[in-house]
Design a protein around this ligand. Structure first.
Ligand SMILES: Cc1cc2nc3c(=O)[nH]c(=O)nc-3n(C[C@H](O)[C@H](O)[C@H](O)COP(=O)(O)O)c2cc1C
Length: 277
């Protein structure tokens, strides 16, 4: 596994968490050559600590291709995977790393689960058949912003921001409440993760397993949103933030993603040294 590649970017991606927000008004501009090359190279080398079967593709579009309900940018990334909740969770993790890397370069982003299926399928599949056991779940818009923030973004920033939620508000009733600062940091990053309907219905359970700290992240049991059936993708974005926060402290022992077929669960085991920090 090409671990050092991701290590090179961890810190800038953690920093991007504090400035990232979803954007719904973009300039009709192509990415600069420098940004496009950097993002394509990142996609090429992107490595995660688990096996996955997601397909990630970069697409340029024309100004008259209306892929989303607002003035979109001229490029996006498409994320496709098998349909299981575990695959959805992994797709969320991968997508969020791409979002944070792009943001760290100064490229602005928005996850989109609701988009024109017709337009996007035409662009992504280009007459190829979509395999029935796989699904194109989301796209990530990439571009630059006008100087003045669009009205949609102004409203959603003011009314819907959840960026100030406390870690305690996510803690499972069986969780330890006292844990080292670097775990608190990783959970603080995770509590800023985006979710499709901005409901952030996930929990953290910190425990000690065989002399190591363990952090469990899961979807609140059975949670469903009537407008967004793929909530495990959102939990995957939160998992990516925890991973970066632990990785930047060189504190990861192992990461697993599993599910009971309905809800995904992420488990992060922290290196031994965690107990003495
Ligand atoms: C998986 C996923 C899908 C999303 N789909 C949409 C969407 O279809 N339309 C939209 O306007 N925003 C979408 N968003 C963005 C969320 O609305 C946004 O992340 C949330 O409101 C929190 O705001 P923030 O990203 O500015 O912190 C999506 C986010 C995620 C993680």
């Amino acid at each position: 596994m090409n671990n050092t590649f991701m290590e090179d970017f961890c810190e800038q991606m953690c920093n991007a968490i504090f400035t990232r927000q979803s954007n719904r008004q973009f300039l009709p501009e192509r990415l600069s050559q420098v940004h496009e090359t950097a993002i394509l190279s990142f996609l090429d080398k992107l490595t995660v600590p688990f096996p996955h079967d997601a397909s990630i593709s970069f697409h340029k579009i024309s100004q008259d291709a209306h892929v989303v309900y607002f003035k979109g940018p001229l490029q996006f990334i498409a994320l496709e995977s098998p349909k299981s909740v575990e695959d959805q969770a992994k797709l969320g993790f991968l997508g969020e790393l791409i979002v944070l890397y792009a943001e760290s370069l100064g490229v602005r982003t928005c996850w989109m689960g609701h988009y024109s299926k017709k337009q996007v399928s035409k662009i992504v599949y280009n007459d190829r058949l979509q395999e029935s056991e796989r699904q194109l779940f989301c796209i990530i818009l990439l571009g630059y912003l006008p100087e003045k923030m669009g009205v949609l973004d102004r409203i959603s920033k003011r009314r819907f921001s959840k960026k100030n939620r406390t870690i305690e508000s996510f803690l499972h009733k069986d969780s330890q409440t006292d844990f080292p600062a670097f775990i608190r940091y990783a959970l603080a990053l995770s509590s800023k993760a985006p979710s499709a309907m901005n409901t952030q219905k996930w929990y953290y359970r910190v425990s000690i397993v065989e002399n190591k700290y363990a952090v469990e992240l899961g979807k609140n049991k059975g949670y469903k949103h009537f407008k967004w059936p793929y909530y495990d993708i959102d939990v995957g974005t939160a998992a990516a933030h925890i991973w970066l926060g632990l990785k930047v402290h060189n504190a990861i022992h192992s990461v697993t993603c599993s599910s009971d077929g309905h809800d995904s669960v992420w488990s992060f085991l922290v290196k031994d040294s965690g107990l003495s920090v």
